[in-house]
Design a protein around this ligand. Structure first.
Ligand code: BGC
Length: 728
């Protein structure tokens, strides 16, 4: 925001603050549910009266435009100071036009497409009356048992940081006052993605170094990009709940990073200090949260109920409340809500805005970019236009239930708008050429009768496409699990179909890495499709029929076995590393029953074409602190199709004062080449890319040798070495 404008907003905020009673101030920190209710949260308030009394600052409704208008009218016309409400919602991968789930988007490694998806989500939600989204979700995670893997950026802090910036830019644009931008919310601060055992809401214990290197970076990027709000995690971090964690909120977020926006609790998380065992009652929960630097209270109402007394008794400094309220009001001005509280509340605009053809096209584009080709023996894919009979089999082939193909955070998305896989296929080859069988019930149970039916149609067909995996309810909040195999007995279906001897293509739909050894062995082609969103069937068929050459790369490691978790590419070495996968010696770091290697590594993904790498070069073999090292490589499309490749660069610091990852992603470039074409890709590495947190928590680098790896995945790389001159 230009300086003049921001001074002007500060003056307005100060003038308004001077008129407010303490209760009215607390009202701005109190966020209620609107119509939304579940049995865990008891609201017990007369909502209309609370709004009229100035005791509500924001609502989180998915409701009609009429309700939104009615509540905004009460806030602005009946409350003493007429302060407008924020309307917030979880718009996590689209509002009405549903984009692929975020883990799928991350697999695109395409920051422009991700930014555009949020631009569209913001445009749609703002037209429907909402001005604040609880996204982006920036929880790095290395545990696919955790159900919220689906909502996040995957396992790597650098990739997550790039995604954080793209999403914040997409939602907020460069002017919050525009009609099609909304407040973004970086969540869940922080390390919520590392719960013990992968069980949602569970304890998190991470060292300060891991916190700073792995979990904080995407949030810092979001803050630097100007994110307006940050949501506390539900978790304890090293025994202190995030909502009451002043080290996180005051020292790091508002102190070190100078965050100028406001924080919001997670749903009821202030209250949850009581079951966490750090507050005796709601009053003490309020006290601890405000002291720690938590600004607003989502749903637990402990601030509105207790801070007045805590301030008047002297237990809480009124300046803490004023600071939080200032942060909130600033954004009500910046959104333009004081000038026109109804600016987002125009049904005619909403009708014109939602699901425009260009939005659906962008969703289809991101969906096909998110698909990852895991296996493609004998170039079974892509299919050509030759006429043949195709058997499409599986519980996810033509489902319109359980948020299948769309994903769990569907916002206003409608299952009836989803192009199913069956519909996408029929559009391509005609109904007469497709035999459809469900094979299994919705949650993956495949009774013999359905399997037999499926085998029978497979035998009649020339080729089989399986649409299998998880349903839409299987990932998301509260959806942790310990078994990552294909749900139910879908592997039996795979076995039965592969026995027919027909060529089989498996389309996998899931919001987390799954483990599927038999499938991998028996089926020649496997395409990871995640949960592709509204345009699922069209996007998937674009890839199956070769109109789009798959370019996705895994943003998270697929384990070989649940017992390997956590398994990720940027692990530390041990004192007893193996010399290679065949090293069977006793006493080296390995499992005796499963390999150390994952099923599929981070950064992996095939293409219909063949990209080759040559002429990897460094601009220098020795650099000083002030230099930038140029790392270049020629990438050639040596195959038969045009396509895009994500060129990845990793660094290792083999000798430092603390142990460093065997490989850390530091840069990537998504390069699109016609067949036969070559491009030089150049990366710029500065001393900042070589820094780490030492044993005294200084962010620094030592001189010495560094390895740089460039290639097409975290394991398929070439290595070079350079030296950083000693900085002392
Ligand atoms: C989730 C948040 C979400 C909030 C509001 C919580 O249960 O953890 O991600 O934003 O609910 O719906």
């Amino acid at each position: 925001m230009p300086h003049g404008k921001s001074d002007h907003v500060h003056q307005k905020v100060d003038s308004l603050l001077a008129l407010m009673t303490l209760k009215e101030k607390l009202g701005q920190l109190n966020h209620l549910k609107g119509n939304y209710s579940t049995d865990i949260y008891e609201q017990n308030v007369d909502l209309n009266k609370a709004i009229a009394d100035g005791e509500v600052g924001a609502l989180t409704p998915f409701t009609t435009m009429d309700n939104l208008i009615r509540w905004q009218k009460i806030a602005t016309e009946e409350s003493r100071l007429g302060i407008p409400l924020f309307y917030a919602a979880d718009v996590v991968h689209g509002y009405k036009t549903i984009f692929p789930v975020p883990i799928g988007q991350a697999a695109s490694w395409d920051m422009e497409a991700i930014e555009l998806s949020e631009r569209i989500a913001a445009t749609e939600m703002a037209s429907a009356g909402l001005n604040w989204t609880f996204a982006p979700m920036l929880d790095v995670t290395r545990d696919p048992r955790w159900g919220r893997v689906m909502e996040g950026p995957g396992e790597d802090p650098f990739l997550a940081g790039e995604i954080a910036k793209a999403r914040v830019r997409g939602f907020q644009g460069d002017d919050l006052g525009a009609e099609n931008t909304v407040l973004a919310c970086a969540k869940h601060f922080v390390a919520y993605g590392a719960p013990e055992g992968g069980r949602d809401y569970n304890t998190v214990e991470v060292s300060q170094r891991t916190l700073r290197e792995v979990y904080l970076p995407p949030f810092q990027e979001a803050v630097e990009e100007g994110v307006a709000t940050v949501m506390n995690g539900f978790n304890t971090l090293n025994s202190i709940p995030a909502s009451a964690n002043s080290f996180l909120l005051r020292d790091i977020l508002k102190g070190e990073w100078g965050f100028a926006g406001f924080t919001v609790s997670d749903a009821n998380s202030f209250y949850e200090l009581i079951p966490h065992g750090v507050a005796a009652d709601r009053r003490e929960a309020a006290l601890k949260c405000i002291q720690a630097g938590s600004d607003t209270d989502l749903w637990s109402q402990v601030y509105i109920d207790h801070l007045e007394q805590l301030v008047s008794s002297g237990a809480v400094d009124p300046k803490l409340v004023d600071d939080a309220v200032r942060r909130v009001l600033k954004y009500k001005y910046e959104l333009g809500l004081f000038e026109d509280p109804f600016r987002y509340l125009d049904s005619a605009r909403m009708t014109k805005t939602l699901m425009q053809p260009a939005f659906l096209e962008a969703a289809r584009d991101l969906a096909r970019k998110s698909l990852v080709l895991l296996k493609n023996e004998q170039k079974l894919l892509p299919l050509d236009n030759q006429s043949r009979k195709i058997a499409l089999i599986g519980p996810l082939a033509h489902s319109r239930q359980y948020r299948d193909l769309m994903g769990n955070w569907k916002a206003a998305g409608d299952m009836n708008d989803v192009v199913t896989i069956y519909e996408g296929l029929v559009k391509r080859v005609g109904k007469e050429n497709v035999y459809l069988a469900q094979g299994c019930e919705a949650f993956g149970k495949c009774p013999t009768e359905l399997t037999n039916q499926a085998s029978a149609i497979a035998r009649k067909a020339d080729i089989v496409i399986l649409a299998i995996g998880e349903n839409g309810y299987s990932t998301g909040e509260g959806a942790s699990k310990t078994n990552l195999s294909l749900p139910g007995n879908q592997e039996d279906l795979v076995e039965a179909i592969s026995k027919t001897g027909k060529p089989v293509i498996a389309l996998l739909f899931n919001g987390r890495p799954l483990i599927f050894h038999d499938l991998k062995r028996k089926v020649p082609a496997v395409l990871e499709c995640w949960e592709p969103g509204t345009t699922a069937g069209d996007a998937v068929m674009d890839v199956v029929f070769g109109d789009y050459n798959p370019s996705g790369k895994l943003p998270i490691t697929f384990p070989n076995d649940v017992g390997q978790i956590p398994i990720y590419h940027s692990q530390l070495n041990t004192g007893r590393p193996r010399s290679g996968p065949d090293d069977k010696r006793w006493g080296v770091s390995k499992w005796s029953d499963v390999p150390n290697e994952p099923l599929y590594p981070f950064g992996y993904g095939l293409s219909y074409t063949n990209f080759t790498y040559s002429k990897m070069q460094l601009s220098d073999s020795v650099i000083s602190k002030a230099d930038t090292l140029l790392v270049s490589v020629d990438t050639t499309n040596a195959g038969d199709y045009s396509g895009c490749e994500v060129v990845q660069l990793y660094i290792q610091d083999p000798v430092a004062s603390v142990s460093r990852p065997v490989k850390a992603l530091k840069a990537f470039d998504r390069v699109c080449l016609e067949k036969g074409k070559r491009q030089k890709v150049v990366f710029h590495i500065s001393v900042d890319d070589l820094k780490y947190w030492d044993d005294k928590m200084n962010y620094k680098t030592d001189g010495g040798i560094f390895h740089v790896f460039v290639g097409s995945s975290s394991v398929d790389v070439s290595k070079m070495t350079f030296r950083l001159e000693d900085l002392q």
